[in-house]
Ligand binder design. Sequence first.
Ligand code: PGA
Length: 257
Amino acid sequence: MNLRYRKTIIAGNWKMNLNEEEARQFIRQLKPLAAEARWCDVVLCVPFLQIPAAVKAARGTKIAIGAQNCHYEPKGAYTGEISCGMLAEAGVKYVIIGHSERRRDSNESDALVNKKVLAALQFGLRPIICVGETLEMRDNDVTLDVVRMQVKTALRGVMLEQLRRVTIAYEPIWAIGTGYTATAQQANEVNSVIRQVLRDLYGARAARAVSILYGGSMNVSNARELLAQPDVDGGLIGGASLKTESFAKIIEAANQQ
Ligand code: PGA
């Protein structure tokens, strides 16, 4: 929901999709539509190799470019990795950290997520920290405990003055890429618990300034209802961010809240 004290953010997560030309074309088409999004920030988290072309295409527009991962060390013998300093130098503003696909496929732990968050902040990037439960956890009624712990661990060592650059995305794992979406009530319940954690750690004022997104099969038909929830401050969108038309419609829905 659009509130004066925090931003609404619509972030696309392209995952391992779209080549350089497709990325350029996407941004070209999105430009005029993004310009009308007065009430929300638009972010595209693109594959590493598409970053230079995307940054160039998005120059002078409202569209910020994000990465989908980073390493926590500034440099060194880490074959195949990309540092936060390199991302910042390339013009990246946001970086997704702890996406469930990385937690699943690359064994990323909450402790590793925390290291990456600290590194991202140190280099002036805005981390989008992903948290969320499996279906089994939800069935066992431990969702809120799991998410609380994920958020607390991810933010260990993050200072109050750094918090305003942090975004959190609640992404129930069972809803990612499955077509199943959390109901608006489920999304809002978890997001408000996340805000409570932030309140306990940083105080009410700082907590209310943090944008907490929902992600997991958000699309043109369910975006409006999800985004109308008081603690849903935007979306992290996979599948529906691959086509300009659907992504633009979600931006429009966010802008009208
Ligand atoms: P989805 O992906 O919208 O395709 O479910 C969301 C995400 O993984 O961030």
